[in-house]
Design a binder for this molecule. Structure first.
Ligand SMILES: CCCCCCCCCCCCC/C=C/[C@@H](O)[C@H](CO[C@@H]1O[C@H](CO)[C@@H](O)[C@H](O)[C@H]1O)NC(=O)CCCCCCCCCCCCCCCCC
Length: 395
């Protein structure tokens, strides 16, 4: 498949049209179709990246290799995105079978089933979005007493349903080859032939991998600000990300959300064991609150970075630190960057922070991200509150 997709570049250039070609399990992009002869500007292997649909932007799809590559893409419309998602999902399923002679039948089918299940989840997310859109449209129709539910959305749902059902059928075929008939007959009589799609609740859970990727995105800024002086902060922050990542790697299917991780550790009574994922998430949450307070001060127009850091520290982390760690903070504070150096640390290309529109763009983005960050942190606070997982331990 090939065509135009908009690719996120940076705060200055924003979304830029690029020519994309999906071939042999690799998605490559070029400045334009006409300039393709000059060679591709970048590429990403579909077999190792995660395909994430955006919860509210129906044209958006993100391809992420955690800690390595991020392609934030937008199609020209929802229908185009749909085509790309099916092409990408299919490419991902057709893994090059470079394995040695086929391993045990059960292992092969189980892997295939997992791949199909992840495709199903992708289509399920899509369906939920399209159903929500239809609900919103029909609500608008009711209130406005005019207009009609968009045919386009209806067609999208039909197309996604077809793909969803086809993939589900493939799942059932693989499952029937893998599991004994008597096991399948244990399915309760009258079970619905298609998975029931439950309405997506707002608090249905914070996606684990998306959360960890977002946390990890801070690290390059810390490296730019001062790899030595901020090393303790980076080691601590990355260490907690890795603790949670290790928990997920142990059983990816069981831990799709942060809440599922905490609940599992509460149920197995390890939530408050030293170095548990729950404890790691507690400290990440505290660090993110510090970051949110700091960025909120910057967003008010405060150019005194040291003052903003100190205020944020006093409101968040200080209460959990003994005099040693407070001393570490004091050292970090003395190495705090100037406002100009801090802005320079935020951009991908040197000097972009000096270009017209950067500051406006940064405040515009902070106006979006800070409330979203606030909401996610309050959801996590509620979980820790519900299971009495907050700790007043001083480190
Ligand atoms: C301009 C950058 C200034 C950064 C200043 C950061 C201030 C941090 C305060 C000093 C922290 C010192 C280092 C670590 C201390 C740890 O002892 C403490 C407790 O650790 C936890 O102990 C548990 C029990 O042993 C253990 O289980 C757990 O795993 C462990 O974590 N940790 C903390 O207090 C957490 C500190 C988190 C600090 C996160 C800072 C967030 C990044 C700030 C960057 C600012 C600029 C980036 C802007 C990005 C814009 C997109």
């Amino acid at each position: 498949m090939e065509g135009v997709l908009y690719k996120w570049t940076n705060y200055i250039s924003g979304w830029q049209p690029r020519w994309f070609v999906l071939e042999g399990g690799t998605l490559s992009y070029y400045d334009s179709q006409e300039d393709a002869w000059k060679g591709c500007k970048g590429s990403i292997k579909i077999s190792v990246c995660e395909i994430q649909v955006h919860p509210s932007d129906f044209t958006r799809v993100d391809l992420i290799i955690p800690g390595e590559q991020y392609f934030y893409l937008r199609a020209i419309n929802a229908a185009e995105r749909q085509k790309w998602l099916v092409a990408l999902g299919t490419a991902k399923a057709c893994l090059t079978d470079n394995r040695t002679k086929r391993e045990k039948e059960l292992q092969e089918n189980t892997e295939a089933l997992k791949t199909k299940m992840s495709e199903l989840r992708l289509y399920c997310d899509l369906l939920l979005q399209q159903v929500n859109k239809i609900q919103e449209s029909s609500l608008a129709e009711t209130t406005a007493d005019s207009g009609e539910v968009g045919d386009e959305t209806g067609n999208l749902v039909k197309s996604t349903c077809t793909t969803f059902l086809k993939t589900l059928e493939e799942c059932m075929q693989i499952a029937s080859q893998t599991f004994s008939p008597d096991l399948l007959s244990q399915t309760p009589p009258g079970s619905p032939p298609v998975a029931t799609i439950k309405p997506q609740k707002d608090d249905s859970g914070i996606p684990t991998q998306a959360f960890l990727d977002s946390c990890y995105a801070i690290v390059p800024v810390l490296d730019k600000l001062g790899p030595t002086v901020f090393a303790p902060v980076k080691i601590d922050f990355v260490g907690n990300i890795k603790k949670i990542q290790q928990k997920v790697v142990s059983d990816p299917e069981s831990f799709p959300t942060l809440q599922s991780i905490v609940l599992h550790e509460v149920e197995t009574e390890v939530a408050q064991v030293r170095n548990s994922a729950t404890e790691a998430l507690l400290w990440l949450k505290r660090g993110l609150k510090f970051l949110k307070e700091f960025l909120s001060e910057i967003n008010t127009g405060m150019k005194d970075v040291q003052g903003a850091l100190n205020n944020a520290y006093g409101k968040t982390l200080r209460q959990y630190h003994g005099w040693v760690v407070r001393g570490v903070f004091a050292l970090a504070l003395r190495a705090a960057p100037s406002y100009e150096d801090f802005m320079a640390a935020l951009v991908s290309h040197e000097g972009d922070e000096l270009k017209e529109g950067f500051t406006t763009g940064m405040h515009r983005d902070l106006d979006i991200y800070l409330p979203a960050m606030e909401k996610q942190l309050s959801i996590l606070d509620a979980v820790y509150e519900e299971y009495s997982l907050e700790s007043d331990e001083i480190v």
